[in-house]
Each structure stands twice: as C-alpha cells, then as structure tokens.
Design a protein around this ligand. Structure first.
Ligand SMILES: [Zn+2]
Ligand SMILES: [Zn+2]
Length: 241
C-alpha cells in the first residue's frame, strides 16, 4: 500500500475461542502478541443480540497478567442490522461500552447489507439488483448511511472492515463517491471512531484510507485473526508503521 498505512505494532481485532469460528484462547493470543512485539491488542469476539458470553470473555481478558509495553483493549464485533443503524448486540453490552465493567468498543461489521427491513444477504441483494429493484448506488447509500447511524448510536464504535460487503454484492469501494466518504469521515472524526485497515479482508484500500487519514480519521491495523499464529502478522499491510 502506498498511502496511509497505520502502525502495525498494534492488532485491533483478534478473535478467541469465545467466537465459535476461532481456535486460540485469549491467553494464547496474548502470548502471541508478546512474541510479535505488539504495543496494543484488542481482544474481540462475535456477538448477536442473544449472546450471553460477553461477561466471561471480558473476565478472561481481565485475568491476564499485566505486561509492560502491551496495552490490552476489548471489544465485541456485531453486524449492522438495518438502515436505521440498529446493532446486533445485547442492549446491556452496548449500554456498558466504556464503563469499568464493559467492553471498550463495539466493532461495527457490514457482514450483510443493512436493508430497510433488516439485514439483506448478498444473494438477496444480487437478486434485487438483477430485478432492477436496487442500483449499485442504492447499495452504497444503504451501507454508508447505516454505518454512520450505527456509529452515532453506539457512541464507542470501531469500523471493523468497512466496505467488505461491497465485493460480495457486485460492487467495490471504488463505487463510493468522494463526497460520501467525506460525509462518513466527518461522523467518524466527530465521534472519535477508529477505522480498521483489515488484513484479512484487505480493506479499505489506499484511496479510502488516504482520504480518511487526510480528513483526520484514526486508522488502526487489524488482522481479524482467528488463530494465534495470525496475531500481528501483516502480509498485505506490510511491516511499515
Ligand atoms: Zn467481521
Ligand atoms: Zn472479526
């Protein structure tokens, strides 16, 4: 990447066995962060509105021994449900963000397109587009406006892998106009919301990160690791930072 590479001595999105698709424990990820010489690691697990594992996950993270020079942060990853920016996380988890007993941030994910009546899967969106009921611009508008609303609702968010949904629905981040990027950047800056440059999803790319960095958005590196061996391993993002 030629522009706007964030520091790669942090990993701001690491999953543990509290996520059913991840294989390493909180402690194994923590030890991997030490081996990789990281300064920061954000321990994150998937939630839905019905999830009950967040207190146990936070307790496991808080039981880790302090290590000089390594800051351990927490979060929950939740999808944006609909065009109003509803977030698929337990209300009490969202209410506790940033409090002493709560997670630090909610990582907002575009795992589906946030539709007018709930999440739309890629196959649904592709069908609507084939039928002429939805344009590429409509999809971008839904994703961006729902993201901005979810950021404002959450108060303490981080964007997990912005625009990762677009290639799955026949679009790309190149379809997001500069003015739309700038409007979203204003919301991100006003709310102090960091944005991941996500190694696993390889997004957002240089155009978006360059524009957002220039606008004052805080960019953070993340691997979205689901196993300890991937913690802090940046092949795409590179070793600069
Ligand atoms: Zn995700
Ligand atoms: Zn993730």
């Amino acid at each position: 990447m030629s522009v706007a590479v964030p520091r790669t001595d942090g990993d701001h999105h690491v999953h543990s066995t509290f996520s059913d698709d991840a294989v390493s424990t909180v402690r194994e990820n923590f030890e991997a962060a030490q081996r990789a010489g990281l300064r920061e690691i954000r321990m994150v697990d998937h939630v839905r509105a019905s999830s009950t594992h967040v207190p146990a996950m936070l307790a496991a993270v808080r039981a880790l021994p302090p290590v000089a020079g390594l800051q351990v942060l927490t979060g929950v990853e939740a999808k944006i449900l609909d065009a109003t920016g509803r977030i698929d996380a337990p209300p009490e988890v969202l209410a506790a963000l940033g409090s002493p007993g709560g997670a630090d941030r909610v990582l907002l994910a575009d795992h589906q397109v946030p539709g007018t009546d709930g999440p739309w899967s890629p196959s649904t969106v592709l069908r609507m587009r084939a039928e002429g009921r939805l344009s590429a611009a409509d999809v971008v508008e839904l994703v961006v406006s729902a993201t901005a609303r979810a950021v404002e609702r959450a108060g303490r968010a981080q964007l997990a892998h912005p625009f990762s949904i677009l290639p799955k629905v026949g679009s790309s981040e190149d379809d997001v106009p500069d003015a739309v990027l700038d409007d979203l950047a204003a919301v991100l800056v006003a709310t102090g919301t960091p944005v991941e440059v996500n190694e696993k999803w390889r997004c957002p790319g240089p155009r978006v990160t360059g524009r957002w960095r220039a606008a004052g958005v805080a960019l953070v590196a993340s691997t979205d690791a689901h196993r300890a061996a991937d913690v802090g391993a940046y092949r795409w993002l590179g070793g600069a930072g």
